[in-house]
Write a protein that binds this ligand. Structure first.
Ligand SMILES: Nc1ncnc2c1ncn2[C@@H]1O[C@H](COP(=O)(O)OP(=O)(O)OP(=O)(O)O)[C@@H](O)[C@H]1O
Length: 433
């Protein structure tokens, strides 16, 4: 996780996101998002906040649905692959009516593409270290049934130690839901220079082999300083990719040439597999596999990583429901572990109206002013105000599935109406007996 930063560390923060994150400068932009440097107000930790506007296509519900699926996919995929030192960690998710905010660990070293802009190319030992981290991350995500499908230097970030973080799962194929009965994907995706020939053939393809190809393009680019397949126009570039013809620069070692040749094999059936890459001579040093070092490192996680992984277990339990809550546009903050002043629980056999009625009743008994928040489809809230109209607590309710409501109780002050907190939790948890 990031280290603690003070705002005085040369960063100015202009906007506060939902009372929790101060947003600073824009770190990058993607096709669908803006990524900000930010600071967690509670902990002082620097993070990155990826703001993805919820799709609004009044004339094309299909486009809106497709764009929304892409955000949901990224979220679901990121959750599924958490727990690896070289996969970008997701720390929190927030949503407003128009935007979803993914809070990510901050990669202070920027992208590998920007690092290339600065240094031209990487020497083989440095490239080998980064490539080992990439292959280890891919082996991990593939083992969780997730295929990235958009590996490129722009999606490989560096942390403050110069270690790699695989990110941007927006295009990924999720094993069980996006593959056909034969286990092959059919959607065209990826960036032109990194696209595998079988995708250009518009055939069904094995998404794992596509990740190997694009990692081969990334490895070539890292060590050569330019792309293996390039041309002034797109069709010319595609022709080169089809043929699989490229020239290695003279400074490549024979082992590196061999590995890249096996990765950029236009025939997916004979292309090297992830497990074979791990055994390739270019990656073996002093008879020790560098992957053993990564495995050993990740099997003894630091305490904060263990805490994080325990929290992720809770998230996994909520998985089936939180995507539904996300789709209805509710705030999902707090999903990532309990916060001292916020609790979440599900109530079965009730509707949102009865949760909110009960919350209002409890608030009035405590002598508080009670106000309903504007209601959304499948989502509503109640605010409790003390004398002087300070909001001291909130209850939010969102429908998960028929007859099941997710309730979130939050207190913003513990000095006013001290019994309210317990009464709300008890009263709402046991609403139906
Ligand atoms: N965790 C992070 N830490 C630092 N910078 C980041 C982080 N995540 C993203 N960025 C920056 O923001 C840029 C855009 O992020 P990202 O690629 O995730 O967006 P996207 O909308 O998914 O892009 P694409 O159009 O490639 O799908 C990155 O290239 C990088 O410069």
């Amino acid at each position: 996780m990031g280290s603690e930063d003070s705002p005085a560390a040369g960063e100015s923060y202009s906007k506060i996101l939902q009372g929790r994150y101060e947003l600073g400068r824009v770190l990058g932009r993607g096709g669908s998002s803006k990524v900000y440097r930010a600071r967690d107000i509670r902990t002082g930790v620097s993070v990155a906040v990826k703001a993805v506007r919820k799709p609004y296509h009044p004339c094309s519900p299909e486009m809106a649905a497709a764009a929304r699926r892409s955000v949901e996919r990224e979220l679901a995929a990121l959750r599924r692959v958490q727990g690896h030192p070289h996969v970008m960690r997701i720390l929190d998710v927030l949503a407003s009516r128009s935007t979803v905010y993914l809070v990510l660990e901050l990669a202070r070293g920027g992208t590998l593409l920007s690092a290339m802009d600065e240094r031209g190319r990487f020497d083989e030992p440095t490239a080998r270290r980064l490539f080992v981290q990439l292959v280890s991350a891919l082996a991990h995500v593939h083992s969780r049934g997730v295929f990235h499908r958009d590996v490129k230097l722009e999606n490989l970030l560096l942390d403050e130690h110069g270690d790699l973080k695989l990110t941007d799962f927006g295009l990924c194929a999720l094993g069980d839901r996006h593959l056909g009965a034969d286990g092959l994907a059919a959607t065209r995706c990826g960036s032109p220079a990194y696209v595998a020939p079988e995708i250009l053939h518009k055939k069904r393809y094995d998404a794992g082999k596509v990740d190997v190809w694009s990692s081969g393009v990334a490895l070539f680019s890292l060590t050569a300083g330019y792309l293996p397949f390039n041309d002034g126009n797109l069709m010319g570039m595609y022709r080169k990719i089809f043929s699989g013809r490229f020239r290695c620069p003279r400074w490549f070692s024979p082992e590196l040439r061999s590995l890249i040749g096996r990765m950029l094999d236009p025939n997916p059936d004979t292309r090297i597999k992830i497990a074979e890459i791990m055994e390739h001579p270019w990656l073996q040093q002093d008879g020790t596999s560098p992957f053993d070092i990564i495995r050993a490192g990740s099997s003894h996680p630091r305490p904060e990583v263990m805490k994080w992984e325990a929290e992720m277990e809770q998230v996994r339990e909520l998985n089936a429901f939180d995507i539904i809550a996300f789709a209805s546009g509710c705030d999902l903050s707090g999903l990532f572990g309990p916060l001292p002043d916020r609790v979440r629980f599900a109530v079965v056999g009730v509707d949102i109206g009865s949760v909110l009625d009960k919350a209002e009743e409890i608030g009035r008994v405590e002598g508080l002013a009670v106000r309903r928040k504007e209601e959304d489809v499948g989502c509503g809230g109640v605010m409790f105000e003390a004398i002087g109209r300070e909001v001291i607590a909130l209850v939010r309710a969102s429908r998960l599935v028929e007859e099941m409501v997710m309730v979130e109780v939050e207190r913003t002050s513990s000095s006013e109406a001290p019994k309210l907190w317990d009464r709300l939790q008890l009263g709402l948890k046991f609403l139906n007996g």
